[in-house]
Design a protein around this ligand. Structure first.
Ligand SMILES: C[S@@+](CC[C@H](N)C(=O)[O-])C[C@H]1O[C@@H](n2cnc3c(N)ncnc32)[C@H](O)[C@@H]1O
Length: 288
C-alpha cells in the first residue's frame, strides 16, 4: 500500500484486491481494515495514509486476501449487546446464534436464579448471552479445546462489565454428563459441531481457517445431538429445557432423535434469514 494515498484511493485499492481474492462483502471489509490500520473511519477522514498506516493496511489486506476471517483480524466481535475476544483456534460467533440465545432465554423467563449449562461453548457466546438476558442465571460453560477454552475463560471475565458471566469448565461433552447430579439444571443449551464428513470437504475458505473440532460431527453430522439427546435429559429437572442450534437441513432429524429419546414440547425456530436454526424441547414435566 502506498503512503500518501487519500482514504478514498486506499479504500478503492483494498476493495479491489479483496474482490479479486473472492472475499464476500469486500466493501465492508475494506472499510473495517482501513479503520483498524488508520484508527479512523475512511468515510469521515481526508487525511492521507502515513507510512505506518500504509504498512499496517498492507499487512491486514494480505491476510484478508488469504481469506483469514475478518473476525480473527479484528480480534473482537459483537454478539447481542456485548463483545467477545475471538481469534485462531475458536469458532467466530455467528449472528444466527443470537436467535438461539434469545429462544433459550425465553425458556427460563420468570425463573429465580436458573441453573444453566452451555455445552460446546467456544467463545462462550451462548452462555454469556443467557447471562446478558437473565442476570440472575448461574451459568456453566463447557469446552473441550484448549485453544478455544483460553478465549472462553477470558470472555466470561470480560464480556459483561463488573461480573464473571459464567464458570468455564474444560471437558468433553461425551463424558461430562456423568458428573451432573440428576435434576440439577433448568436449561441446557448448545451450538455443537454439526457438519457432515462430506460437508467438511467443501468448506468456504474462511470456515476452513476455523478449527475442525468446532465443525465436524461425524458421517451424518448428528453425533453431538445423539449424545445430548441420550445423556443429558437426566441432568434437567422435570420440565427443564433444552435449546440446540442446528444446521438448516437438520430440523427433522434432530426432532426425531429427541422424540425417540423421550423429550417433549419439541419446537423449531427460524433464524433471521428464515432458515430452521434452533430446536427447543423439554424433559417431560411428570413421569409418563
Ligand atoms: C460449533 S462450535 C460452537 C461454539 C459456540 N457455542 C458458538 O456458538 O459460537 C462447537 C464447539 O464445540 C467444541 N467441542 C468440540 N468437541 C467437543 C466435545 N467433545 N466436548 C466439548 N466441546 C467440544 C469445539 O471446540 C467448539 O468450540
Amino acid at each position: 500500500m502506498t503512503p500518501g494515498l487519500s482514504p478514498r484511493q486506499a479504500l478503492a485499492e483494498v476493495e479491489g484486491r479483496l474482490s479479486a481474492a473472492g472475499c464476500p462483502d469486500a466493501d465492508f471489509d475494506a472499510r473495517e481494515l482501513y479503520e483498524m490500520a488508520a484508527g479512523e473511519d475512511p468515510r469521515l477522514s481526508g487525511n492521507p495514509l502515513t507510512a505506518a498506516q500504509a504498512e499496517r493496511l498492507e499487512a491486514l489486506c494480505a491476510r484478508r486476501e488469504a481469506r483469514e476471517p475478518l473476525q480473527y483480524l479484528r480480534g473482537r466481535w459483537p454478539f447481542l449487546g456485548f463483545e467477545l475476544a475471538v481469534g485462531p483456534g475458536v469458532l467466530c460467533p455467528r449472528p444466527d446464534t443470537e436467535v438461539v440465545a434469545q429462544a433459550a432465554a425465553e425458556l427460563i423467563a420468570g425463573l429465580e436464579a436458573p441453573r444453566v449449562l452451555d455445552l460446546c461453548a467456544g467463545t462462550g457466546c451462548l452462555g454469556i448471552g443467557i447471562k446478558f438476558f437473565c442476570p440472575s442465571a448461574q451459568v456453566t460453560c463447557l469446552e473441550k479445546s484448549p485453544e478455544a477454552f483460553a478465549y472462553l475463560a477470558r470472555n466470561v471475565r470480560e464480556a459483561l462489565p463488573g461480573q464473571e458471566a459464567a464458570e468455564p469448565v474444560q471437558g468433553d461433552l461425551f463424558d461430562y454428563w456423568r458428573t451432573l447430579a440428576p435434576g440439577s439444571l433448568d436449561l441446557i443449551l448448545s451450538n455443537p459441531p454439526y457438519l457432515t464428513t462430506a460437508e467438511m470437504t467443501a468448506l468456504q475458505p474462511e470456515t476452513a481457517r476455523e478449527p475442525a473440532l468446532a465443525l465436524e460431527a461425524g458421517e451424518d453430522g448428528l453425533d453431538f445431538y445423539r449424545a445430548i439427546a441420550a445423556d443429558y435429559q437426566q441432568a434437567l429437572r422435570p420440565g427443564g429445557a433444552l435449546a440446540l442450534e442446528i444446521g438448516w437441513t437438520q430440523a427433522a432429524a434432530v426432532t426425531e432423535l429427541l422424540r425417540q429419546a423421550g423429550w417433549r414440547e419439541i419446537q423449531c425456530i427460524r433464524d433471521y434469514g428464515g432458515n430452521d436454526r434452533c430446536i427447543t424441547a423439554r424433559r417431560p414435566r411428570e413421569i409418563e
